[in-house]
Design a protein around this ligand. Structure first.
Ligand code: ZN
Length: 271
């Protein structure tokens, strides 16, 4: 989006959200220049001239699409939440549940973006700070700490299980009981996986397990993963059945192999 939209004038703006429309009526978006489009953790930021930023968050089902004028949309207009046109392109946000206009000052002070931990997808990544924050989360299970965007930004529910499996760490280990060098490797692994998928990601599929025998890209998402979504299926390393448990107040599913990721004596003690 940055490549095709940055530097161009907004020629049309539409939104299904009243709170965005109100800002648009008071301080019109049409006529502003799109200066930059970037990510911060899992937040998507469109920076307009005149100190205004549109922050969106996709959660599970939201997405931004780019179309040429007159091109048929992949989703129906009823799923449109925001539409931004330039002379050559139409950018459409479908089903984004979070969309706010903020000023640069708000973004750096009160906005959720201001509270993000080191960004795994950032140009630079402060690994020491991420590890420090993870350890500081203490007795909280590492699976929950990895999802806490204030500790480290960028890990979603799928990568959480995959990274823990690849690191051989039991998801219920208190964060402060995971050895520092294991946390460091975990961060390197997560950054590598996220970057790979962002570069490849034309299909929107997440892949961490590369099945060498597979010649076609499978439509079944769990074909590409080690443990996520594979409850009851044999572990790809040891054959033991993959386990699943819902954790935390949001009851996000955690998948793991009890044999490859044992709960060690030491780790049950806590810090
Ligand atoms: Zn296993």
């Amino acid at each position: 989006m940055h490549r095709v939209l940055a530097g161009h004038l907004v020629t049309r703006f539409e939104t299904a959200y009243a709170h965005l429309d109100r800002v648009n009526v008071d301080t019109p978006i049409v006529g502003r220049t799109i200066e930059q489009i970037k990510s911060a953790g899992k937040h998507h930021l469109i920076v307009f001239s005149g100190d205004l930023i549109l922050r969106t968050h996709m959660r599970m089902n939201g997405s931004w699409h780019l179309y040429r004028h007159g091109e048929r949309w992949w989703r129906g207009p009823q799923a449109m939440r925001v539409r931004i046109d330039t002379a050559d392109w139409v950018a459409v946000a479908f089903n984004v549940p979070v969309a706010e206009f903020v000023t640069p000052k708000e973004l750096s002070t009160t906005d959720p973006v201001a509270k993000l931990g080191p960004d795994l997808l950032g140009a630079t990544f402060d690994r020491d700070e991420a590890v420090r924050r993870l350890i500081a989360s203490g007795h909280q299970a590492i699976a929950l700490s990895l999802l806490d965007q204030r500790l480290v930004a960028g890990i979603g529910n799928v990568y959480k299980s995959e990274v823990l499996f690849l690191s051989g760490v039991n998801p219920f280990t208190p964060a402060s009981a995971v050895p520092r060098d294991t946390l460091e490797r975990m961060m390197d692994l997560a950054r590598g996986l996220l970057k790979d998928n962002v570069l490849e990601g034309t299909s929107g599929q997440i892949q961490t397990f590369r099945n060498l025998r597979q010649t076609n890209r499978s439509m079944d998402p769990d074909q590409n993963l080690w443990v996520y979504g594979r409850s009851g299926k044999p572990c790809r390393r040891c054959g033991a059945p993959i386990e699943m448990k819902k954790m935390g107040i949001e009851a996000r599913s955690t998948y793991w192999c009890a044999r490859c990721q044992p709960q060690s004596q030491q780790s049950t003690v806590g810090s």
